[in-house]
Structures are given as structure tokens and as C-alpha cells.
Design a protein around this ligand. Structure first.
Ligand code: 5RP
Length: 229
């Protein structure tokens, strides 16, 4: 008998991307995140685009992909509320708290998530964790504050490094830099998110506990597991 191959991470992402279509409310504007799982969601969206009058996007990259499939993209300022925001995560825990920002889009992701009634996280099963923090925590920082913020993380036991693109610091869609912080112990995501957000020069910390997911569609070899929080 030929053994059945386990699905690849990409196949699991495609599975949850497809499953997320069930959360669209026909005729309503949606929020769309950023990353490789979301790219698969945008591909799936192309098949039902008549149900989606427009989207608010969390990055220039997703905006380009949405427009390429014929979906209009609105500025977040034009929209008061979204029924759903669909995005991936770098880590998600048992309460729906996440680490995000692996794709450097965390600030706009948090803004669009804040407009939405429900955050639907789409992720392969490798993203589900007991405790957040193995994935380096992305923090978007105003360039002149980087060294100051690095020292503040040091005081918490973390090691922050400036994210590079080639030989230059990465510049986000908002013109800022990203620090990736390793070695933090994230016992209380809500409290740590609130605390880091107060540091001068921090634009956004990639802990999504205030803007956590209400639903996670998790891709597993047995199919899509739905976690509701
Ligand atoms: C981008 C993000 C992404 O949602 C996160 O990095 C997951 O990406 P992927 O779907 O490629 O695994 O937060 O800033």
C-alpha cells in the first residue's frame, strides 16, 4: 500500500484559506491581512469576489494582490466598521492572543483588526503554542528610538535586533524600523502589550492580546480545526 503523504505547510495554509471564505458576509466590506497564508486567502477570494464589494488592506503587498484580482481597496479612514478581519499569525495561544509582524505589517494589521467585529485567524498547526514568545517578537519603532528601545528590552531579559533587508534596515510601509526581540517570557500578553506600547518611540508591539482572534482556523493533517475564543 502506498503511504499517504502528510500535507505540506503550504497545503495546510491553502486549506484554511479556503475555509475562511465561510466567514464572509456577502455584500460587506472585509479586512484583509498580510503574509503567505493571506496570499492563499486572496487567491481563494478571487473565486467569490462578486460577494465582496471592497476590502481594507493591512499592507501595500496585500493591496496590490487584491487589486490584481479585481477587488477595490479602501482607505481605513473611509470605513467605520468591518464584519470580519482575516489574517495569519506567527503564534497563537489558547486564548486567541497572537504574535504577529513576521511580515512587518503589524501596525496596519492592528489598525484594521480594531475596525473589525471579528478577527478570524488562519494558520497552519505549527502556529499554535501553549505560551507566546518562542517566535521573536516584532516591534515597530521610530528609527531615532531604536537604541533606547533595545536597552529597555535588555532590562526585561530580551535581546532585540534590528530587522535588515539586505545591508540596510528594513523600512516598513509606515517609514519605521522593526526590532525582533528574542528571549522574552510572555506570561501575561495583555499586560506586556500595554506596557511596551507606552515606551516612547514604540509605534506598535506585535503582541495582539487587546486585538486577539475570536476564531482560529487551524490547518491540520486531519482537516481544519476551528478554535473559538
Ligand atoms: C505579517 C504577519 C503574518 O500574519 C504572519 O507573519 C504570518 O505569516 P504567514 O502567513 O506567512 O505564516 O503578521 O506581518
Amino acid at each position: 500500500m502506498t503511504p499517504i503523504a502528510s500535507p505540506t505547510q503550504d497545503e495546510l495554509k491553502a486549506l484554511v484559506a479556503q475555509a475562511a471564505l465561510a466567514y464572509l458576509v456577502p455584500g460587506q466590506i472585509i479586512g484583509v491581512g498580510t503574509g503567505s497564508t493571506v496570499n492563499q486567502f486572496i487567491e481563494a477570494l478571487a473565486r467569490v469576489k462578486d460577494q465582496v464589494p471592497a476590502a481594507v488592506s493591512s499592507s501595500e503587498a496585500s493591496t496590490e494582490r487584491l487589486r490584481a484580482i479585481g477587488i477595490a481597496v479602501l482607505d481605513a479612514n473611509e470605513v467605520e466598521r468591518l464584519s470580519v478581519y482575516i489574517d495569519g499569525a506567527d503564534e497563537i495561544d489558547g486564548q486567541g492572543c497572537m504574535i504577529k509582524g513576521g511580515g512587518a505589517a503589524l501596525t496596519r494589521e492592528k489598525i484594521v483588526a480594531a475596525l473589525a467585529e471579528r478577527f478570524i485567524c488562519i494558520a497552519d498547526e505549527s502556529k499554535l503554542v501553549e505560551k507566546l514568545g518562542a517566535f521573536p517578537l516584532p516591534v515597530e519603532v521610530v528609527p531615532m528610538a531604536c537604541e533606547h528601545v533595545v536597552r529597555r528590552f535588555q532590562a526585561l531579559g530580551g535581546t532585540a535586533s534590528l530587522r535588515m533587508r539586505g545591508s540596510d534596515p528594513l523600512v516598513t510601509d509606515n517609514g519605521q524600523h522593526i526590532l525582533d526581540v528574542r528571549g522574552l517570557s510572555i506570561e501575561d500578553p495583555l499586560a506586556l502589550e500595554s506596557a511596551i506600547n507606552q515606551w516612547p518611540g514604540v509605534v506598535t508591539v506585535g503582541i495582539f492580546a487587546h486585538q486577539r482572534a475570536q476564531v482560529c482556523l487551524l490547518g491540520t493533517p486531519k482537516g481544519v480545526r476551528t478554535l473559538s475564543y
